[in-house]
Design a protein around this ligand. Structure first.
Ligand code: COA
Length: 697
């Protein structure tokens, strides 16, 4: 898979130049300079020889086979070279040239024509508008980057060539080794998904890093990531996530959605570690590439000063890690050599006069405590400590343990050499404790993901025929918003429990309906045009007498007639009043990249003001539904506070799964809210009180 890109037997550089300073010169120079063992063919109509290699006027003039062509000719000449590749049967091509989709309409058109032609000719393309590719195992540097990374185990792909250059420079400065570099460019053909899959299969790649601005096919990317992340960590920084697209939405779910939620959900559901900044990306890369994953959340912190220890403990508190309890035997052994003022409990403070011997002895004891899963070593450069000697001691002990050991030596001048020792020996080292904790936290989350049992999916019986009929009739009427009764029918078809209700067209019918259902009741306007019923005065709750039913009928209809005179009024819905429960909101929306998304939040201010919601991409697994319920900050309210009975969380999960199935079955649903779903106490279920559904042809 894409192997000819990474370990070709021969490479042609079309547009190779003898003029230093030209990109065609740099690419050829990079291929020749870093030990690539295959055949190299510079292609240039004007040259006989470039950088000591025989040059050819065109691809056809090369008599041997060519596995890979790197194209660096002006944009107007690229199409011609693609044709040449077709004739010469070169099926792997990197197009460096810029001036296509990224410059606007004309460029996009040219790129599209090129894509069509490449497909016809069975040519796979990386780029255009890219920096090139690097594979350290085959010593191939088919890029115009300045330098070649050391061989290592990190695979990196990027939609930005500039970031490739920055990462490469960082890697060279920090002695970080890479397996592959791929600059994706405009992704005319090969996208992140294929690169991810190919790195997943590459034995030299153990950790995959990526920088993305967009994803070509969200669902395919998720599938690939799910597969690869089961064996290799994928760490991605995604830029440009905004709430664009949410503006035009009419439902709560739609208004709260936006690509940020979609990416977060997709990454969570496919085991991708998301780095929020470049700093985090580098930090995570160091930890994942060089240390074993922690077997659990218990962290020990060893420090020679109180402040940084507390900062680390605070960061730990905000993460999924926790400060490990220290076994009595460990504490006793530490007491044998630590001064009485030291703290043998976590953070283990070996105090300001700690020498490198004290660090080493402490670490040796701590690593033996089986309650501890990971160790963070902090150091501030006091006069008493030789930071380099500490670093050497840490390196020695870290080699003999299967627990992750990471470090944060604070300062600059007096810790510089120690940091260098860590870099040379693959011990992750950070400037600040928070960064170290964040990296460990990411490793723990990834391990948890990897160990999760296979995902369970449920299928519910649903009357899809009924739903299809309702949708067909709505489309026929040129409507998009379902009226409440229609929405209720849809939910009923998916097995939701609904309150008993009837539509009344007159006061008399309303009184009859209320007596049928049994007082107290709720009354609501029934109109396809009134979307925010409460805001318009279209809802009355707690109606306990016949007189109140009559008054409510009059008030509701006249409120709507006054406030929204154009609204068509079908009557008033009289509805069973659901007793005590917690109000939650569930919804469906559609994301351009990932497709159907399901939302969950607590009703009222929790959604509207605090925006405390969780999203996942449908179809939801049972585990994802559970996780999204627990994701919201207000989750403890559902478990019951101040002696309240816990809400029926299983019923919420069930409702989310039904909704997810509905979103997948009916792509025509573009937005839906069940607001509120009234959740009864544990074991008593949940009732979908109100729902809004919007469809599209
Ligand atoms: N076949 C073979 N060689 C050809 C050719 C063809 N069809 N057409 C032109 N060439 C040769 C030229 O003669 C020249 O060689 P020379 O220096 O010996 O004269 C060489 O290819 C390059 O052509 P030139 O016209 O000098 O272009 P250039 O080097 O100024 O620019 C690119 C070419 C590809 C570098 C430029 O168009 C470009 O896209 N630059 C931006 C690249 C970029 O930023 N990519 C994204 C990075 S993230």
């Amino acid at each position: 898979m894409l192997e000819d890109f990474f370990s070709p037997s021969s490479v042609a550089v079309v547009g190779a130049s003898q003029n230093p300073g030209k990109i065609g010169y740099d690419i050829l120079n990079n291929i020749l300079r870093h030990g690539y063992a295959g055949a190299v063919y510079p292609i240039n109509p004007k040259a006989q020889e470039i950088l000591g290699c025989k040059a050819y006027a065109d691809l056809a003039s090369v008599t041997s086979d060519i596995d890979l062509a790197v194209i660096a000719v002006p944009p107007s000449a690229v199409m011609g070279v693609v044709e040449q590749c077709g004739k010469k049967k070169v099926d792997s091509v990197v197009i460096i040239t810029a001036g296509f989709k990224e410059i606007g309409h004309e460029g996009a058109l040219l790129e599209e024509q090129m894509a069509v032609r490449a497909r016809e000719l069975d040519i796979r393309v990386v780029g255009p508008n890219c920096l090139g590719i690097i594979d350290t195992a085959s010593c191939l540097n088919a890029s115009f980057a300045a330098g070649m990374p050391l061989a290592g185990h990190i695979g990196f792909f990027s939609q930005s060539g500039a970031l490739c250059v920055a990462i490469l420079d960082w890697a060279l400065g920090e002695n970080v080794g890479f397996s592959r570099f791929v600059s994706l460019g405009n992704k005319m053909d090969i996208s992140e998904t294929e690169v991810l899959l190919s790195m997943g299969k590459d034995d030299n790649t153990r950790v995959i890093l990526g920088y993305l601005e967009s994803i070509e096919d969200g669902q395919r990317f998720m599938e690939a990531a799910k597969q690869v992340s089961k064996t290799k960590p994928i760490i991605i920084i995604k830029s440009g996530t905004t709430s664009a697209g949410a503006k035009a939405a009419s439902s709560h779910t739609g208004a709260l959605a936006g690509s940020e939620h979609a990416y977060n959900a997709a990454f969570k559901q496919s085991g991708i570690v998301r780095a929020e900044s470049m700093r985090a990306l580098f930090g995570y890369a160091m930890a994942f590439a060089n240390q074993p994953l922690p077997k659990g959340p218990s962290l020990a912190i060893i420090t020679n000063s109180g402040g940084p220890g507390i900062l680390a403990a605070d960061a730990c508190d905000r993460s999924s890690l926790h400060l490990s309890p220290i076994r009595k035997e460990t504490a006793d052994r530490l007491r044998e050599f630590l001064p009485p003022t030291a703290s043998v409990y976590n953070p283990i403070d070996i105090i300001g006069d700690a020498s490198h011997e004290r660090y080493e002895k402490t670490l040796a004891v701590v690593l033996k405590d089986e309650l501890i899963h990971a160790v963070l070593i902090l150091l501030t450069p006091t006069a008493a400590v030789n930071a380099e000697a500490v670093a050497r001691g840490v390196v020695k002990l870290a080699e003999d343990t299967d627990k992750p050991v990471i470090t944060a030596f604070m300062g600059e001048k007096r810790v510089r050499q120690a940091r260098k020792i860590f870099q040379d020996h693959a011990i992750p080292t950070y400037d600040y404790p928070e960064d170290a904790i964040s990296a460990l936290d990411a490793m723990l989350s990834y391990r948890t993901w990897r160990e999760k049992p296979e995902r369970q999916f449920r299928h519910y019986e649903a009357d899809t025929r009924k739903v299809r009929e309702i949708f067909a009739s709505i489309i026929k009427q040129h409507r998009h918003d379902l009226i409440e009764n229609e929405a209720r029918e849809i939910l009923k078809a998916y097995g939701f429990r609904l309150p008993d209700s009837r539509i009344a067209r007159t006061t008399k019918e309303a009184v009859a309906a209320a007596s049928d259902i049994g007082l107290p009741v709720v009354m609501k306007i029934a109109s396809p045009d009134v979307l925010h019923k409460s805001d318009m005065g279209g809802v009355r709750v707690g109606i306990e007498t016949t007189t109140m039913v009559e008054d409510a009928f009059f008030d509701i209809t006249s409120n709507i007639q006054q406030r929204q005179p154009e609204a068509r009024i079908l009557g008033v819905m009289v509805q069973e009043m659901i007793p005590q429960g917690k109000e939650v909101i569930l919804g469906i929306t559609r994301d351009i990249q990932f497709g159907p998304m399901v939302m969950f939040g607590l009703g009222g201010i929790y959604v509207e003001v605090l925006k405390d919601v969780a999203f996942r991409i449908a179809p939801l697994s049972v585990e994802s539904a559970d996780a999204m319920i627990r994701d919201i900050r207000s989750f403890p309210l559902l478990r019951g506070v101040r002696g309240e009975a816990p809400a029926d969380i299983d019923a919420i999960r069930d409702a989310l799964l039904r909704l997810s199935q509905m979103a997948v079955d009916f792509p025509e649903i573009i937005e839906a809210d069940i607001n509120p779903l009234l959740v009864c106490p544990e074991g008593q279920g949940a009732v979908a009180v109100d729902a809004r559904i919007t469809i599209h042809e």
